[in-house]
Design a protein around this ligand. Structure first.
Ligand SMILES: [Zn+2]
Length: 378
């Protein structure tokens, strides 16, 4: 069988090249954040993938243990984040999760990320977001994954067809609850009206740069697994709730409507603002509309935002602990008084920031109890 492998590789390079490259990239994405065991897996993966990528992935044979969905919510509301975890005996080359709503509506889609963990097998997370406009009813979580070749057989050419990459599909159901959102009118003075309405190339440039921040995700941002903490240690006074439909009443009589992306918490100027969860500072600076602003990344593609600060006490690139002071409450940017605008985003989608105040990102009381977050500062 000596000649088998080179022939396969040649075949792959003619016919399976793009897929091989995609698979290798996916492996890199998943394994970039890995520990020593993952690094060893990567070597085995590369060989196995090269040898078998010419073989079309098929439905998992009975000999392939199907991955299991762990710890997914049984119900969620419009505007909620949706985080589910997958445990697989084999490494996963690539995986995509989708939420299909009542009537087949495609509500959310996300690629998985690799989470180093103790215990058997490999753990992957999927961060999705239910749109504010999601209709209530029965919904489906569908995960399509390509499992890596079985590493135990990677050097045994005769076993390769059975041990090659396998495509698997999993699904589970959950309920989308009904939820209504508030409407509010907000009169703006002359200065705040100008902030929203006057064309300003600097503002446009800031918006584009900000969007890029949320389009990228850092596979090494593996910081948060527990519950989140309130970012202000003061009496909790929400002056605006999540996803309010806001109508701005301009100074000149015009109006405009937006959906409020976060929670506004009224507090005295100078009150300390702290990180809601451990994470890496991916933005710390002054913006025209949001004033002094901090953005943290807690998991790949999961961000918290803190706006209108009077002072910033965190540096970009720094890893902060939960509860660590990162700034002070203020009224910078488009603001009608001292408050903290606290927001959570899954990619570019704003989600209910209060969601994980009540529950952990990963329920350690369940079958995933052995999972530990990796050390800080990876
Ligand atoms: Zn706000």
């Amino acid at each position: 069988m000596k000649g088998y492998l080179p022939q396969q590789i040649e075949y792959v390079s003619r016919r399976g090249g793009p897929r091989l490259i995609a698979a290798a990239l996916a492996a890199l994405v998943f394994l970039a954040a890995g520990d020593m065991r993952a690094a060893a897996q990567a070597a085995a993966l590369a060989a196995a993938t090269a040898a078998t990528a010419g073989v079309a992935p098929s439905a998992a044979s009975p000999s392939v243990a199907a991955p299991r969905i762990l710890a997914m919510p049984a119900a969620a509301a419009p505007g909620d984040p949706f985080l589910c975890w997958l445990r697989s005996e084999r490494p996963v080359l690539e995986a995509t999760a989708r939420i299909i709503g009542p009537g087949g509506a495609k509500l959310s889609k996300a690629a998985g990320f690799y989470m180093p963990s103790e215990g058997e097998g490999f753990l992957y997370g999927f961060l999705l977001a239910l749109p504010v406009a999601a209709p209530p009813g029965k919904a489906t979580l569908a995960i399509a994954a390509t499992l890596a070749a079985d590493e135990g057989c990677a050097s045994d050419a005769e076993a390769l067809p059975e041990a090659g990459p396998a495509a698997v599909e999993l699904s589970a159901h959950f309920t989308i609850e009904a939820k209504t959102f508030l409407h509010e009118d907000i009169p703006l003075d002359k200065a705040n009206t100008a902030l929203r309405t006057e064309p300003d190339p600097a503002k446009t440039a800031e918006s584009l740069a900000f969007a890029k921040l949320f389009q990228a995700r850092d596979s090494t941002a593996l910081f948060a697994l527990g519950a989140m903490a309130k970012p202000l240690n003061v009496a909790w006074r929400e002056t605006a709730t999540f996803a309010d439909e806001r109508r701005y009443l301009y100074f000149d009589g015009g109006t405009d409507s937006i959906r409020h992306g976060g929670i506004d918490i009224g507090a005295k100027e100078g009150s300390p603002v702290s990180a809601c969860a451990p994470g890496r500072v991916v933005f710390a600076g002054r913006r025209i509309v949001t004033g002094n602003t901090i953005v943290l990344e807690h998991l790949p593609g999961l961000f918290s935002l803190y706006m209108h600060l009077s002072a910033i006490a965190a540096r970009e690139g720094e890893v902060v602990a939960q509860g660590q002071k990162i700034g002070l409450v203020g009224s910078t940017g488009l603001s009608t008084g001292p408050h903290l605008h606290w927001e959570l985003r899954v990619g570019e989608t704003s989600v209910n920031p209060a969601y994980w105040l009540a529950r952990p990102l990963l329920d350690k009381s369940g079958p995933t109890g052995k999972i530990e977050a990796p050390a800080k500062g990876r």
